[in-house]
Design a protein around this ligand. Sequence first.
Ligand code: SF4
Length: 480
Amino acid sequence: MTQPRFDSALLINPPTGLYRRDDRCQSKVEDQTVNIIFPPIELASIAAVLRRGGARVKIGDYPAERKTWDDYVADLKAFRPAFVLVNVTTATLEKDVQAMAAAKDTLGAGVLTLAKGECLDALGAEVLEANPAVDFCTHGEIETVVERLRAGEALENLPGLVWRRPPENGSSAIVRNEGHPLVEDLESIPWPARDLLNNDLYCSPETGRPLTVVHGNRGCPAKCIFCPAGVMSGYRIRYRKPETIMAEIDECVTRFGIREFLFHGDTFTLNKQWLVELCDRIIASGHKVHWGCNSRVDTMDDERAAKMKAAGCWVVAFGVETGSQKIMDSIKKRQKVERALEAAEICRRNGLRVHAFFVIGTPLETRETLDETFRFAKRLDPDFFDFNIAYPLPGTELFEIVKREGLFEKEPSQAGYGSAAVRTHELSSADLTQWRRRALLAMYLRPKYIARTLIRAGSPRVTMNYVKAGLKRFKQLTAK
Ligand code: SF4
């Protein structure tokens, strides 16, 4: 292959279903308590990087825009990109790669195609082998790889790239370059090109107002067996500067009219000094913003919570994971079950709501440990909760364990956070799927929970949104 250099790019979420496609989380949108469609902020970041190099760029989020394959082909014909990047998930991979075949069919073999996604860290070479229409995959953090690819650097010098060497003696070889490039200076990545997104598509299900995602830090020192955070972003945390995050928030408010935020960071609350400085800057800005973030239960205290509340935070999501210490230890979360009670209490004391994420169905799960989790969830009594069924993502330790121990019962494409792909040593995939549905219904249908949720809604508009979301969720859970 000649060294690629391209001046136009189409970056897409293909029309293969509404999924979260931000690598660490790859659930179907409908499988989550909060049915939120997040903006494709990673695509917008890559777009900004390519634009900095002089390329014309478009973003197509076909599932969110409710657009079809025909719309995609029409866009290819109208824009005629020289480069098409497709954001894939493990569950949709087989269908996603058809977007690259469609690009070649429509524009000819010369269009360059690249697949990005967490699963390609492990499966990149296999995907290229099986799909001649895929020219490249990346592994690791993508921004630098794409920037250097666009600039025409020699392919063999690009760490993080999987590519096809030109045929010699009739056969071509797939090459997976070494290296797992982490972007050391997060300030070197330009802010996401939000002007290329239809920001009104991505709204808070609570308030109905536009919402965006802002990246604060990357990397996580923990090595939970089900989570690809470390695989993707390393085990050392890198932070952006609070002042540049604040400047990005300022742009969102003043240029795009967005006041609702999710701060994305594998461990957003870990570094107290950094967090407090960011909150102080938001408070000093005077912007009336509304935001949520992810946290670990062992990184929450009153000082952090009070500051976050004053800066506009309203909800904190915790990976509570399980009510069984045995399971907690087996998934290597390095967390005490009981610590979640303290973290939730701190949040409540400071006026923050709690979203608890549980993960069920890891190999040692039994009926008894599921009962422990259910009892613990009721005791914790979070404002929002999800029981996600463990979904072994290629590249994670869980994937290797499940494969080694023969626990897969379904193809990844037939499963998700709401429908198990795997069995445990005691429970079948059907048992897990059924337990999740029953547990969610039992948690939602507590009269005190319903009353409290509606009372706390605080305005008729939010109350109505909660009622609509509740009815939709009830229908989903009772239909299956
Ligand atoms: S602490 Fe959270 S982000 Fe870090 S590895 Fe565990 S689940 Fe992933």
